[in-house]
Structures are given as structure tokens and as C-alpha cells.
Write a protein that binds this ligand. Sequence first.
Ligand SMILES: [Zn+2]
Length: 489
Amino acid sequence: MASGTDTTTGKSSTVDDASSPSGVEAGADDELYLRLKTFEGQAAVTAGEGKDPVNEPMIRHWCEAMGDTSPAYQGPDAVAPPTMLQAWTMGGLSGHPGRSAAHEELFALLDEAGCTAVVATDCEQEYLRPLRPGDRITFDSVIESVSPRKTTKLGAGYFVTTRMDVRADGEPAGTHRFRILKYAPAARRDSRTQDGRPRPPGSGGRARSPHPRPVVNRDNAGFWDGVARHELLIQRCTDCATLRFPWLPGCNSCGGEGWDTVAATGSGTVFSYVVMHHPPFPAFDPPYAVGLIELAEGVRVVAGLVGMPPGKVRIGMPVRLEFRTVDEDLVLPVFSGGREAGTWPVGPGDELPPLTVPVTRTVIVSGAIASRDYQDVHHDTEAARDKGSPDIFMNILTTNGLVGRYITDFFGPGAVLREVAIRLGVPNYPGDEMELRGRVLARDGDTVDVRVVGTNRLGHHVTGTATVAVPASEAVPSASQEPHPEPTP
Ligand SMILES: [Zn+2]
């Protein structure tokens, strides 16, 4: 969960903005804050009990909502996805019976002060043992901290951090630190424009990427139209059938002016490449590799090389065409090293292939229900508007589940998530797409740390890290294996 887009100024904002040093902060003279602070260290839940034991139907609903098809979560030996940790502790539609008087009092004080709305902003989970059907869940939770009053685009309020210890059949199973913003909703957002048409999510609030734009003219417009449809079109002379690229008005071979197009199959090899270190451009994050790719059709294309550390690019390396959505107005063809999940040596700097998640109303609502989160802002558009959001938005448990799926999709069913720590930025609204990208930060034996960023049209929806243990015998070969031929100079 997160914040919204200011439809007046068109500026996109995040809860991060609020917690940054520039956020508006009340001083120690905030009487309410001084009262709230006395709750730090008090129990929020003591000896809470999960409403249901870990069970197959909830696991299946979760996996369906997250699109997670890992065999680890199916069949007689199934475990629960680790990112479900919090779901087993949720009160669901009928609420939490086990909350302490201190917790009730803290939230009542905030409600009385007008901070009636709530969004989650951070979630840090550590997984100590797998959860299996039949495990009975118990938990304790403590109010760890309350922030001074902060002003955010959603409204002014207080960040409350709780820490929970989760047990399965009495054994420690995981820990869960959770930060929410309890806030007084700013004025209701109307999601309609002045002419009465629905406002598409993010419209007016979208910061265009600083990425340079292609120069589109009469001679090459057809090429960029194709790219927008995720097709790389090669011109073909209708007189002599010679293929040509880049697009030109006439045939180099026979001078003929007639042409049609063929769509590239998408396979190619690196004919040559450069790795850019300098000069830096705002749109790019050096070092990065740009390749001259020889397509299977025989023509050559200059494009970015993605999905691998620049230092691993080699002449002759097979690559595969992908399309990268830079922002709403720009799609670019790029080429990635043709690695399959788990078949590359994994080390610092390696990039995971991106995962694009369509953010539909169905995904948002099914994720909320699979995680037993009945906060109205995740299913009721009117209620979301009353709380200062232009529409419903994805809950943090779904985002966490998607991050977990992204990691285990890549590392394979033998990999075990140890920790996932995420922070939410701009919300995931219906109609958007989120692209998850990951980069390996460190590897220590079989333990791999991955930085994960999920981006939508408004900016970063989620940033965080995941730690995953990969059995030595599985999935990730040793770093000495070289999957691609060395260059032959
Ligand atoms: Zn020709």
C-alpha cells in the first residue's frame, strides 16, 4: 500500500517522500505524539492464534492470485509460500480478536485525532522454517515505534511499526516487521476529469522518463509502430527480396522503391558491442552494454543488451529479442542473453530476467482476499476515493507475494526464501503494469542476496531485497561454469 498522485499539481508522490528529511514533521510539542510514544514497547498481540491452521486451500488461492506455479507449493509434500507468513495471522473479515488493550487504545487515539485511514508502507520478513499444511500458527506482536507526525500526499499522520514473532506448532517460524501510516485523509479525490471522462490511472501525474526519444519520420514510422506492437520489422524489397535495416526509402541492392516488411523471429548473435562507462547520461545507469546484433534474418541492429552483467557480453553470444517498456510513450527493442532460469552462474551484478505483472482489478482484489486483507481501499473504489486515493490499489501482502514469486521463479523450486524486505512507493492502480527487475547484490556460498525493484508508470512501486538459499546441487551452477563460448578474436 502506499500513497497517491496529487491530481491538482499532477505530481506523483510516495510515502517515502513523507519519511524523508524534507517531510513536514511536527516537533516535540505535538502532544498527541508524546502520548502515542508511550505505547512503544507495549504488546500489540499476546498469544495470538491463527484462525486456520496452514492449509492447502488457502495456499492454492494464494498461488492462483500471485500467478505462482512453483511445484514446491503443490502436491503431497507442499509447503506454503514463505511470503504467506502474515496471511496466516490475519483476522480476516471478522477482525482480530487477540489485539491488546494498548493496541486498541493507540489506534483509538489516532482515530479520534482524525487519522482514520491506514496504508502499509514497509514489510520485512525473515523465514525460519517452512510452513506445512496442518501447522498451527501462534504469534506475539509488539508496538516497536511510532513516528512524529508526518505530512504526506495522502494526508498527515503517524507511522506505526510493529514486530511480530510467528510460531508453528510452538516452534519459531518467522518474524515480521510491519510499518503502516495512520493518517487523516486529504480531500477526496475525484477520479473523473473535468469533461466527465474517467481519468486513467497515473494520467497527469506521470513523469516522463528522461530516456532520449527516437526521431520518428515518414521513412521509419512503420518501424516504431511495429515496436509499439512488440514486433521488430525488417524492410524487404518487393523487386529483389533483399532485406534491409535500418529502414530506408529505397533498396541498396537494386534501387527499387517498393517494399514490404517481415517480422524478425527474435533470435540473433552479438556481432560486436561496446560497454559504456562514460559520459554519464541521466537516462542510463553505467556501465551498460550496447550491441550490434546480427539477426537470424541476416541484417544487423544496434540495441541495448540486458539481462546480464556488461562484463559477460561476448562476441558470438546468442541473444534473444525482448521489448522493454520505458514509459507509456516509449517501447524499445533490446536483446538479452538467452539464459534459462537457473542455468547461469549467479554472482554479484547478474540481472534476473524481468517479470511483467498486469495490475488488473481482479489481481488486486484476489490478492487482497487471498491474504485475508479486507481493508476497503483494496476492493471498494468509492471508499478508496474517500480516503484520498484515485482508485483501489494493490495491498502490500500481494506485492510481497509477487516479489517472492519473482525470486523463486528464477532460482527454481529447490530454492528457499530466507528474507524479504520491501518498501512501497507509488501505488499499483488498476490498469497499470508492474515490471519487476532483480540484480544480485552478493553471494555467499549458497546464499544469494537480490535487490528487487518493481516499476509502474508512476515510478517505483516497490524496492527491497530478498535473500534466498539455493541448494548447492540444484539450480545455480558454480560461478566457474561459463555458459557461453569465449570470444574468438
Ligand atoms: Zn531490391
